[in-house]
Write a protein that binds this ligand. Structure first.
Ligand code: PLP
Length: 461
């Protein structure tokens, strides 16, 4: 295929995309197929010669869309959303067309400078005070790993990178059990080790108990361990738990520890000032992650990490081999030094298009609707006999269950086989519950009220 043909096929792809999105409500949300079905329809060996584009296209339309779980379906209420607003999809298309690498300022000046400006826009949008800077990552997992590696190096006087961890003091990292598994992954990959990730118990509000955080740090110091940092949770994945950010940061700071806040999902909601009390005190954090690719509408991938001072992270992750030197431009930001991978796509373009095309007010209106509709759906479920709301809405996320675990599991299976809506399970305090999150970019109140309607229909109540 050459670029003239690409132009023709791109138009066809754009038409297909429009029809696909227009027809989503007629499709089951979760792919109704069994493992191996797609693989068995594909040839086991690659073609030696070129195949006609028409044949490739036909196979795509025949094999792929029906075998997808439709994340942009307006009745996708599983996990967290992976919203892709049309304006950000368009930006992604343009970034793909240029296909540039933004590892250094000089390899993509527009990508670097737009990223700096977008970080500033987002920091203002979520109400962070002046002074925060930051970077874009592929995912919250990578951002949290970067923050934890930085904590490790700060605790080791930046010697771990060079000398390795053997013979180093035993480091300790603190988080609550409500934090995402990416924190466990960061503890493992950083060499701190799972056993040194201290899961501080939560109180009845599901926040890490600041007094128990303090006690855990003191006990570790007395045992000769070296605390290296605290990861706080602002909107946990399971049931949307929030740590009391200000109180926990105060404890961490009293011990001189850096703090990273994981607001991967809930960070988007902070563009609405009325939700900001949920993460009150966040301005004291050293690092904050949120994923515009979840609720805000920036097509995956796009995770923003705000940094109070990028110095320690750049010192941890940055390397300047001779082939990356940029003579005379050393004062310029070279974003590869702020993140794990060297290569990086032009993610900021997706934010620029998104924020301009909808405006912060347009994005706020969606999030406010999602929260209000989640509460309405939750109350409608609560009114059904036998349904127990196990965790109340945290922004737009709540959980419910039936009295018997087997009945809850059977209901969830029936819901997802039905296909009209898609929900996923979690465990809360050991109990199997059904999670509901409302946040798909195009969902309407009618789509959301399909949740209690489907549950009632399947239960025959
Ligand atoms: N943190 C939280 C609270 C999450 O909910 C998730 C994913 O759902 C992550 C981190 C990991 O996000 P990512 O897929 O961007 O690595």
């Amino acid at each position: 295929m050459n670029h003239d043909e690409l132009n023709i096929w791109s138009k066809r792809a754009a038409d297909w995309a429009r029809d696909y999105h227009a027809g989503l409500r007629d499709r089951p949300v979760r792919a109704p197929l069994v493992p191996g079905q797609v693989a068995s329809a594909l040839p086991a060996t690659p073609p030696d010669g070129p195949e006609p584009m028409e044949a490739i296209w036909d196979d795509f339309t025949r094999l792929v869309p029906d075998a997808m779980t439709h994340w942009q379906h307006p009745r996708f209420f599983a996990y967290f959303p992976a919203n892709a607003a049309p304006a950000s999809m368009l930006a992604a298309q343009l970034a793909n067309a240029m296909a540039a690498q933004g590892m250094l300022w000089q390899t993509s000046p527009a990508a670097t400078e737009m990223e700096q400006v977008m970080i500033g826009w987002l920091a203002q949008a979520v109400g962070l005070p002046e002074g925060f800077t930051g970077t874009l990552h592929d995912s919250a997992t990578t951002a949290t790993l970067s923050a934890v590696l930085t904590m490790r190096e700060q605790a080791l006087g930046h010697e771990g990178l060079v000398k390795g961890l053997s013979g180093m003091p035993r480091l300790r990292l603190y988080a609550s059990a409500e934090t995402h598994s990416s924190v466990d992954k960061a503890a493992r990959l950083s060499g701190i080790g799972q056993e040194n990730l201290v899961k501080v118990p939560t109180d009845t509000s599901l926040s890490m108990d600041p007094a128990l955080l303090d006690a855990a740090i003191r006990a570790d110091l007395a045992a000769g361990f070296r605390p290296c940092g605290v990861v706080l949770c602002a909107g946990g994945t399971s049931v949307g738990a929030f740590d009391r950010i200000g109180a926990c940061i105060a404890v961490a700071k009293a011990h001189g520890l850096p703090v990273h806040v994981d607001a991967a999902w809930a960070g988007s909601a902070m563009i609405c000032p009325e939700f900001r009390p949920l993460w009150a005190g966040v301005e004291g954090a050293d690092s904050v992650i949120f994923n515009p690719h979840k609720w805000l509408g920036a097509q995956f991938d796009c995770a923003v990490q705000f940094l109070r001072d990028p110095g320690p992270q750049v010192r941890t992750l940055g390397l300047r081999p001779a082939y990356l030197e940029t003579a005379g431009r050393e004062e310029i930001v070279n974003f590869n030094e702020w993140t794990v991978p060297l290569g990086r796509p032009f993610r900021a373009l997706k934010l620029w298009f998104l924020i301009r095309a909808y405006g912060l007010e347009g994005l706020r209106a969606r999030i406010r609707n999602h929260v209000a509709w989640a509460v309405e759906a939750c109350n409608a479920l609560r009114a059904q006999p036998g349904v127990e709301i196990v965790t109340e809405p945290s922004l737009s996320l709540f959980t419910f269950a039936l009295a018997e675990e087997a009945a809850t599991a059977a209901l969830l299976e029936a819901i997802n086989d039905d296909g009209r809506i898609y929900l996923t399970p979690t465990r809360h305090r050991g109990r199997l519950v059904i999670r509901v999150q409302v946040g798909q970019f195009d969902c309407t109140r009618t789509d959301v009220m399909e949740i209690p309607a489907t549950v009632a229909r399947l239960r025959g109540v």
